[in-house]
Design a protein around this ligand. Structure first.
Ligand SMILES: Cc1cc2nc3c(=O)[nH]c(=O)nc-3n(C[C@H](O)[C@H](O)[C@H](O)COP(=O)(O)OP(=O)(O)OC[C@H]3O[C@@H](n4cnc5c(N)ncnc54)[C@H](O)[C@@H]3O)c2cc1C
Length: 399
């Protein structure tokens, strides 16, 4: 008989970890979230949400809260960074909604995390602890225990490692080394929209594709703020998610781009820098009563804007499998792994491919522009359907 008495230990209180705790609670399972940071917090930047994750928000009862905080762009537009001409656009209005049932949205990361955090805090089944860095784990067969840097140990019926790209739980479970450094660097910043020239204030997700560079610009917080992500190839291979960028390097990399792009880049004095990494997809990321989830399981480059969306899908899938297995964690985790690995591997590999296409140079860039400019909205929707149609889920049995 499966041990169901203790909490499920959820390591990491990012989007994936909090979504897991909430999805488990919706199925009646207790959890204990352990987060290494002093607070549950996300970096000050935007994030894109595809209709597939809205389907998950709906199952988790979060739709109204997200709708209140999100911005709904009219189009996804790709511009050529060199010529400043539009390459292609995907309309996100009525036609999109009819096709995918749920919208495409842009949101501040802190707002998204807070929606999950509030829902977790309101659940009587979730305990949230910060300043707890998990360093070791033992699977005893009928339970799991972990040690933390700060001293306390915790015991639970099972463990979900949602501890991100540099996951400790993954290294203890799979021993497969560090993530792959892609050679692409992202600089991120948010600025008040009033500082953006009026002609560049678009109610859209604008993607300016250049040669080995691109710039993403979109509104968040109802248009009050504008989110910028500038990506370029660089040999500065430092680990880390939160160091300051070097504006001189950025301006040098974007020197060959159009006036619109350079104007936007000049608005920002202080950038945060990310070294973009992923991993080769693997088939197995669970063992016994331990499972990985989100970036810990299948980190991907950001070119599909799906890492967080996939983490939330993972959470719903895992909780559904647990319900279906009647609380048998080993069976549920295996079923979860089986149901998720191909979809998330496809996202990992497609994200790399998109990166190549977005950063195409020379003739390859011209071919890209020619092919994409001939694409109809219907063809674009069909090409994205494998992601945006999302996964099946079952509604919660308790709230
Ligand atoms: C530039 C960029 C743009 C992106 N844009 C998008 C987008 O538009 N849409 C999208 O869906 N995704 C996007 N992503 C991807 C998305 O940010 C990630 O996939 C997502 O945040 C992963 O969530 P997670 O919960 O798995 O991991 P994380 O967000 O990394 O959370 C892991 C948590 O675990 C904690 N932790 C780590 N180790 C330990 C430990 N040992 N003990 C306790 N706690 C620990 C960390 O402090 C952290 O809070 C983007 C990524 C980048 C870099």
């Amino acid at each position: 008989m499966a041990n169901r008495t203790g909490p499920v230990l959820v390591i990491g209180g990012g989007i994936g970890g909090l979504a897991t705790a909430l999805a488990l609670a919706k199925k009646g399972y207790r959890s204990q979230v352990l987060e290494q940071a002093h607070d549950f917090k996300e970096i000050g930047a935007g994030i894109q949400l595809g209709p597939n994750v809205f389907k998950m928000f709906s199952l988790l009862g979060l739709l109204d809260d997200i709708h209140r905080l999100a911005t709904f762009p009219e189009n996804l537009i790709m511009m050529d960074c060199v010529t400043a001409k539009e390459v292609t656009r995907i309309p996100l209005g009525r036609e999109f909604l009819d096709r995918f049932q749920f919208p495409y949205a842009l949101i501040h990361r802190a707002d998204l995390l807070n929606v999950f955090l509030k829902a977790c805090q309101q659940s009587g089944l979730i305990t949230l602890d910060t300043s707890r860095k998990v360093t070791a784990l033992t699977d005893h067969g009928d339970r799991v225990s972990v040690s933390t840097n700060e001293g306390p140990t915790y015991e639970g019926v099972a463990l979900v490692g949602a501890d991100g790209l540099w996951s400790t739980i993954r290294s203890l479970l799979l021993h497969d080394g560090n993530p792959r450094i892609s050679g692409h660097i992202a600089y991120r910043a948010v600025l008040p929209t009033e500082e953006v020239p009026e002609r560049l204030r678009w109610q859209t997700m604008a993607f300016w594709a250049g040669e080995k560079t691109h710039l993403v610009i979109y509104p968040i917080r109802g248009g009050e703020l504008t989110n910028l992500v500038a990506v370029f190839h660089s040999k500065r291979y430092e680990e880390g998610w939160d160091s300051f960028g070097d504006p001189a390097e950025l301006h040098e990399r974007f020197a060959g781009t159009c006036e619109e792009v350079r104007t936007m880049l000049s608005k920002i004095e202080s950038w945060r820098m990310w070294v973009l990494c992923d991993r080769e997809p693997v088939k197995c990321w669970t063992r016994g009563r331990v499972a990985l989830l989100g970036d810990a399981a299948h980190p991907m480059l950001q070119y599909l804007a799906q890492g967080a969306c996939m983490a939330v899908e993972d959470a719903v899938c895992l909780a559904n499998q647990l319900e279906q297995a009647g609380g048998d964690f080993e069976r549920a985790f295996q079923a979860y792994n089986q149901m998720r690995y191909l979809r998330t591997a496809r996202a990992q590999l497609t994200a790399r491919l998109y990166g190549e296409v977005y950063h195409a140079s020379g003739v390859a860039r011209e071919v890209r522009n020619q092919v994409l400019s001939q694409r109809t909205p219907q063809q674009a929707y069909d090409g994205l359907a494998w992601i945006y149609d999302g996964i099946e889920g079952t509604p919660p049995r308790s709230s």
